[in-house]
Design a protein around this ligand. Sequence first.
Ligand SMILES: Cc1cc2nc3c(=O)[nH]c(=O)nc-3n(C[C@H](O)[C@H](O)[C@H](O)COP(=O)(O)O)c2cc1C
Length: 166
Amino acid sequence: MRIIQTRSVVREYTDQPITDADVQALLTATAAAPTASNRQAWAFIAVREPQLLLSVRAFAPGVIGTPALLLIACLDHSRYADNEARRREGQLCVAMAVQNFLLAAHTLGLGACPASSFLPDPIRLLLDMPDHLQPVLLAAAGHPAHTPHPSPRRDLDEVIRHDRYT
Ligand SMILES: Cc1cc2nc3c(=O)[nH]c(=O)nc-3n(C[C@H](O)[C@H](O)[C@H](O)COP(=O)(O)O)c2cc1C
C-alpha cells in the first residue's frame, strides 16, 4: 500500500544511469503483468543509448525531461487474429504492464512517467521495429531530480460505491 500510495509521476531526472540490475528488475516486473487468456501479445523495447533515446524523444512530446531509460510498450498484432475487440483487449494488457513498470520503478527509488503523446511511425522506423508491433504507450524512467509528491485524487466517497450505485 505504501508503494502504491506514494507513487507519482516524475518528469525531471538526474544524469545518473539506471543499473543493469535495476533495468532487469523493471523489465521483469513489466512482463509479469496479467494478460487476457495469458496471450502476452506484447513486446517491450528498452531504449538506453543516449543518442537514440534523444532521437525517439524528438517524436514524443509527452516525454518530458531526459530519462535514462525509455520503454516502448507495444501490442504484437502477429499474436492476434484481425479482430478489433481483441486488439482493444491487447491494449489494456499493455497498459497493465506499464503500471507494473511504474510501480517497480518507485519501489527501486526511481522515478517514472507514462506518455501517450508520441508519433508511432517515426519511432517504429528509428527502432527498426517490424510492422506487426504497435507502440501503445511509452514509459520514461530515471533517478528523480526531486522528491516526488503524490498528485491529488478525487475523494473515494465520490468515485466508489458499494454493492449498488445509488
Ligand atoms: C494513459 C496515460 C497517458 C499519459 N500520457 C502522458 C504524457 O504523454 N506526458 C506526460 O507528461 N504525462 C502523461 N501521463 C501522466 C499523467 O499526467 C499523470 O499520471 C497524472 O497527472 C496523475 O499523476 P500521478 O501519476 O502523479 O498520480 C499519462 C498517464 C496515463 C495514465
